[in-house]
Design a protein around this ligand. Structure first.
Ligand SMILES: Cc1ncc(COP(=O)(O)O)c(C=O)c1O
Length: 434
């Protein structure tokens, strides 16, 4: 007979034990009513390619009383984050911040600049490019989709060839995903710009860098991008819920004649109050506190250092994958993503089953295969607030998971990554000493 104080818990256990389905804590193999082992020790490893882990500093910045979004304190916050985001986008032009996920900012880019029936040229780099194309279709645009194999970034030559054919300039915008989060392939945005210029085509150039900004070098002005779309939950190290448009003067001018219905997303409505730091509607105040702190962190580390750190961890992750004898999805080394590595499962093996083992045994989430490559690919996120030991723990979880899930592989991926990380450091020290 249990103690009287434990009676309710005891009864609940017995009741649930009678049910055919057991209920578990996320990431745990312990039924949630278990009074003895109800705690999962250690932290969850969120190694999906965004949302990324939110650093303590950012969490503490968010954990503040909500302030009056029409008062002077907010005006300063608004000005700080808008100015800071311009530095991250590397633009002298306008930036707007939406209380929305990245999909909202995709829609904003299109509805502010285009009219019903306009043709937009898009490139099938993967699942996110496909979703943006579907969104354009639903808005009443005519997307032309240059097909891709989901193993490369957008091909500047194919874009140039299609634009050269378009003598009547029916194509009003070229839309490219910078870091295709579903495949781990990046697109060479500067080269796409040059391709558009070589074709002497007036189309607007729109880029999704939702999973690139704050992790991979990005230059809105230098690359002549008209609208850049970004989100908060990846390289900016924030929770999901904010998204951004960086806007060129040409895009702002297109806004004057665009006929797609546009109200909540309207740049003009947003930009007028933004001049004094305010928003036309209630902003996501506490996420903006977090954004201000995340911007400080990125700038304290230095953007170039942040980008180099991502490159280095991505290289170490690829060395691990190669040592395991598994295949990296992206086939062009010049397009390898610094943010994530997508790995092909050996034929006949399920990534869903593999990731389940990793989650249940090691409390680590890896990215799933999306769209056409569902159950064929898993993705290792190595972005945001991430260091050598975070990478090593992540790779150890993958290597142990491969073993436990019975996925054929060679040992030594973790060791290969460690060799790279320590070797790179030794080389850097030797160069400094010389
Ligand atoms: C490249 C890319 N584009 C668009 C999106 C969609 O953004 P959201 O899910 O924030 O709406 C994502 C989300 O992961 C993404 O990675």
């Amino acid at each position: 007979m249990p103690w009287p104080g434990l009676l309710p818990s005891f009864c609940i256990q017995k009741l649930f034990a009678l049910l055919p389905v057991q209920v578990y804590h996320a990431g745990s193999t312990t039924p949630f009513w278990s009074p003895i082992m109800s705690h999962t020790a250690g932290r969850h490893f969120l190694q999906i390619p965004g949302p990324s882990t939110v650093p303590e500093r950012v969490m503490r910045a968010i954990d503040m009383p909500v302030i009056d979004h029409r008062g002077p304190e907010f005006a300063q916050l608004g000005k700080d984050v808008l100015a800071g985001m311009k530095r991250i986008f590397k633009t002298a032009g306008d930036v707007v911040i939406y209380p929305a996920s990245g999909t909202g900012a995709w829609e904003a880019a299109l509805v502010n600049t285009l009219s019903p029936g306009d043709t937009v040229l898009m490139y099938e780099s993967g699942q996110f490019a496909t979703l943006w194309k579907n969104l354009a279709l639903r808005l009443g645009l005519k997307p032309e989709f240059i097909s891709g194999d989901w193993r490369h970034g957008a091909d500047p030559a194919a874009i140039e060839a299609r634009l050269l054919e378009d003598k009547a300039h029916a194509i009003k915008a070229v839309c490219v995903v910078h870091n295709e989060t579903s495949t781990g392939a990046t697109s060479r945005i500067g080269e796409v710009r040059k391709a558009i210029d070589r074709a002497k085509h007036p189309a607007l150039f729109m880029v999704d860098t939702i999973s690139g900004l704050g992790s991979i070098d990005y230059r809105h002005d230098e690359w002549g991008v008209d609208v850049t779309v970004a989100g908060s939950q990846k390289g900016l190290m924030l929770p999901p819920g904010l998204s951004f448009n960086a806007i060129s003067a040409k895009a702002l001018a297109a806004c004057k004649t665009a006929k797609l219905p546009c109200s909540y997303w309207s740049w003009e409505e947003m930009l007028a109050p933004n001049r004094t730091g305010f928003f036309p509607y209630t902003p996501a105040t506490n996420l903006l506190y977090g954004l201000r702190e995340a911007l400080r962190m990125l700038e304290e580390e230095g953007l170039d250092h942040v980008f180099a750190r991502h490159q280095r961890h991505a290289e170490a992750a690829r060395r691990a994958v190669n040592a395991w004898g598994l295949e990296i999805l992206c086939q062009n080394p010049a397009e390898y993503s610094p943010v994530l590595t997508a790995v092909l499962m050996p034929a006949g093996h399920s990534e869903v089953a593999f990731r389940k083992v990793v989650l249940e045994r090691f409390n680590m989430s890896l990215g799933s295969g999306l769209g056409k490559i569902a159950d064929k690919v898993f993705r290792i996120g190595h972005l945001g607030d991430f260091n050598d030991l975070t990478l090593m723990a992540t790779l150890a979880g993958v290597e142990m998971g491969l073993e436990l899930a019975g996925v054929p592989h060679k040992k030594g991926g973790v060791a290969a990554a460690m060799d790279y990380l320590t070797g790179a450091k030794t080389a850097a020290r030797a160069a400094k000493a010389a």
